[in-house]
Design a protein around this ligand. Structure first.
Ligand SMILES: Cc1cc2nc3c(=O)[nH]c(=O)nc-3n(C[C@H](O)[C@H](O)[C@H](O)COP(=O)(O)O)c2cc1C
Length: 209
């Protein structure tokens, strides 16, 4: 489904999204603060990852992990770890993704980066580099995850206002996964948005050399 690009020809011209699709992903996309009761199917949640997994990462390391939490006891537990101002948002979402970092992501290197399997041992012995790679690449994957939510016609509410240690002890007791972000997912309720905040424009952000 996502592998439509013909890479067998060097003359391949990459397709470009039309204005409507661009708006769905960027200029028209908003962070939702409340959600309609409309359910979100398991198939749709699976489709999010089927797209988001194509994010590029350094040495193809892919350190991000996703835990989907549904309404019920699991979501109640999750809400208890959210900061006060975020609790109602998570409590009202039909689906919530906890995005977490696999701190032992290097274990997968022979599988995901077979052109240099020795990198596994290098990273096993270098906590600093491994930690930097985990931080950078999981954040990158989280951005793609939000884009995938939007691409599938859903709204995302990413949040980092929660008790990471409490959440990790509760949902990831083994200690290998560390929570990075909680993303509320669903169809937006009426008035689900705050006023749009301004973005920096090119004059403040882009330079040329
Ligand atoms: C990494 C990250 C952490 C965030 N944490 C919170 C949060 O804890 N609580 C909250 O209400 N919104 C949170 N937000 C939402 C942002 O405030 C929001 O995405 C931003 O203001 C842009 O809003 P817009 O997409 O509607 O323009 C977070 C967003 C991101 C990407």
């Amino acid at each position: 489904m996502t592998e439509v690009l013909d890479t067998t020809t060097s003359a391949a011209r990459l397709p470009q999204l039309d204005e409507s699709a661009l708006a769905t992903l960027f200029g028209g996309a908003r962070t939702a603060n409340s959600f309609a009761d409309t359910p979100v199917s398991d198939e749709l949640l699976e489709a999010i990852w089927a797209h988001a997994k194509w994010a590029p990462t350094a040495a193809n390391t892919q350190p991000l992990r996703v835990l989907y939490v549904r309404p019920g006891a699991g979501r109640d537990r999750l809400v208890s770890h959210m900061s006060e101002g975020n609790q109602a948002k998570t409590a009202g979402a039909p689906a919530v993704a906890v995005l977490a970092v696999d701190t032992e992501f290097h274990e997968f290197i022979p599988q995901v980066f077979p052109i240099n399997p020795g990198m596994k041992d290098f990273l096993a012995g270098n906590d600093e580099v491994r930690g930097q790679m985990a931080q950078m690449n999981s954040a990158l994957q989280a951005g793609y995850f939000i884009l995938a939510v939007r691409a599938l016609g859903l709204a995302a509410g990413p949040m980092t206002g929660f008790d990471n240690a409490g959440l990790d002890a509760d949902f990831f007791p083994v200690g290998r996964l560390r929570s990075l972000m909680v993303v509320n997912i669903g169809h937006p309720a009426e008035n689900a948005w705050f006023d749009r905040l301004p973005r920096l424009d090119a004059a403040d952000t882009v330079s040329w050399a």
